[in-house]
Design a protein. Structure first.
Length: 512
């Protein structure tokens, strides 16, 4: 379902979530709460304040080196570069500021041309997707000496491998005696970014916060999907550079909320559980499987007879929606497929799909609306968000694998045909969710992930052309110089964040 808007940190820092009543009544037990960037959630205001914020915060400072040494240390002579790649030139007062890369050694340098004595040129380096560069400001700053019109900096590393810093560089220049400064856009070398799948994953990891184990600029449940996108990228590309994020995220966040990645939102629990099943598949580490089981068992407590069955969205028990229940089927079927001899999770998955299919959330166009009106148990007619179309496909693939029932794949294909051909979902042939906030940008990535799972099970690969059309459009029309992506895959690119970027990684993974 559509949830609260993800506010920028400057707003979150002052947002009051609860206000004591202006009466003589006793004050509430919990004081008014201030949100920050992590572990704060106001989506369901029916929940008490104690459910809206985790008491736990990870506290592991991540320090990146001021001078970086990878294959070579910072400040290496560009004359030693085995090859040169030009990135961009900008101008200021007639001066030409250019950025160059040595992709072989993953280093870059800046140059100034058409200048005069005293003109300055330098590099900036960012380890958070270009948001800040305090630790990498004015690297190699130098000035044009007398008698020449051009000069260059030394080479500097883009990344900080020893400290897990995933970086970007830009070139900047300033004419002597002027306050005007011009900088190129942010770029990086092709290291861990040699093709569009790995480049998108590397741009997502620029947003990975080493101190929290989550992805900056997006929320708790979105971070589960971002981690899933990274794990899937490792699987489809074979590039294991970011495997460290799996254990780091787990270790830093295991005690958050109620522990074991459990909070008061059952869809969040399922997102994290599925991420840990992906991690288990990749690593074979049983702790990820065990944590997923704890989450699934917790979700089961919220299955009851209201509207004939189904799982409640949150602990307030006010809404039974499509995403939570489709995830319930996928999660339980996936657990069954990984636990030899299981019957419990299989029974839950079967019951979940039977209820979902009969709930009338699937409308006459074979699109899935958002949920049920609790008072009447009728389809509420709310937006058929793309992720509500994608998760049932992944759920049916897992359930078919669990049962051997080929009819489930046929049902999935009917749903997929409807969503891929829907002009509402695909205006101009390109997938689009018409909504803002912090949640919606994640939806399309989840959709294409589910569609790809179905596509891989079908001998004729009927959705390959659709997936590649989306990926080609995003890559050519919705991508920045740093391989960041925006929400509309038809373009234009305006801004990116963790949710937008993980959707792009999901897309590039799906179109492989």
């Amino acid at each position: 379902m559509l949830r609260a808007v993800l506010l920028p940190p400057t707003v979150l820092a002052t947002l009051v979530l609860g206000v004591p009543p202006e009466s003589t009544s006793p004050p509430p037990e919990a004081p008014a709460m201030v949100c920050d960037d992590y572990y704060c959630d106001t989506r369901d205001l029916a929940l008490p304040l104690s459910s809206q914020r985790s008491a736990y915060r990870p506290d592991e400072p991540a320090v990146l080196a001021a001078t970086v040494c990878n294959k070579y240390c910072d400040a290496r002579d560009p004359a030693l570069a085995p090859a040169t790649r030009f990135a961009q030139t900008v101008t200021v007062s007639g001066r030409q500021i250019s950025l160059y890369f040595n992709d072989t050694d993953a280093m870059g340098w800046a140059a100034i041309g058409a200048g005069a004595q005293g003109d300055a040129v330098w590099l900036d380096r960012s380890f958070d997707a270009g948001v800040s560069w305090n630790s990498g400001s004015k690297l190699g700053e130098t000035r044009i000496p007398a008698g020449v019109t051009g000069w260059r900096t030394m080479m500097f590393n883009v990344d900080d491998w020893a400290n897990l810093g995933v970086g970007l560089l830009r070139a900047c220049g300033q004419p002597a005696g002027s306050s005007a400064i011009a900088c190129t856009s942010w770029y990086r070398t092709t290291w861990n970014a040699a093709e569009r799948r790995t480049a998108a994953a590397t741009a997502l990891m620029q947003r990975y916060n080493l101190s929290t184990g989550l992805f900056d600029t997006t929320g708790w449940w979105n971070s589960a999907n971002a981690l899933t996108a990274i794990i899937d990228n490792i699987r489809v590309t074979g590039m294991g550079s970011y495997r460290y994020a799996i254990a780091r995220t787990y270790d830093l966040n295991l005690r958050a909320w109620q522990g074991n990645f459990i909070n008061d939102y059952n869809d969040d629990i399922a997102w994290w559980g599925l991420a840990w099943l992906d991690a288990y598949d990749l690593t074979g580490d049983s702790r990820y499987l065990n944590t997923a089981r704890v989450g699934a068992d917790h979700m089961f407590r919220y299955w009851d007879s209201v509207c004939g069955g189904g799982v409640w969205w949150s602990a307030s028990k006010t809404y039974k929606n499509a995403i939570t229940n489709a995830l319930y089927v996928q999660f339980n079927a996936a657990l069954h497929n990984r636990i030899p001899g299981d019957t419990v999770y299989l029974q839950r998955a079967r019951a979940g799909w039977t209820w979902f299919r009969n709930s009338k959330m699937i409308n006459s166009s074979n699109l899935v609306n958002d949920g049920l009106t609790t008072a009447t148990c009728a389809n509420n007619g709310q937006t058929p968000w793309s992720y509500n179309q994608g998760v049932p496909l992944a759920a049916l693939v897992e359930l078919s694998r669990a049962t051997g029932d080929a009819s489930l794949i046929a049902q999935a294909r009917t749903l997929a045909d409807a969503s891929t051909s829907s002009t509402f979902l695909n205006p101009g042939g390109i997938l689009f969710d018409n909504g803002g906030g912090g949640d919606v940008p994640s939806f399309k990535g989840i959709y294409v992930r589910g569609l790809a799972a179905l596509n891989r099970t079908l001998a004729d690969r009927p959705y390959t052309a659709y997936l590649r059309r989306q990926a080609d459009s995003a890559y050519t029309r919705d991508r920045s110089s740093a391989d960041s992506y925006d929400q509309p895959w038809a373009g234009p690119f305006q801004r990116s964040d963790g949710a937008r970027q993980h959707s792009a990684v999901d897309l590039m993974n799906a179109a492989d």
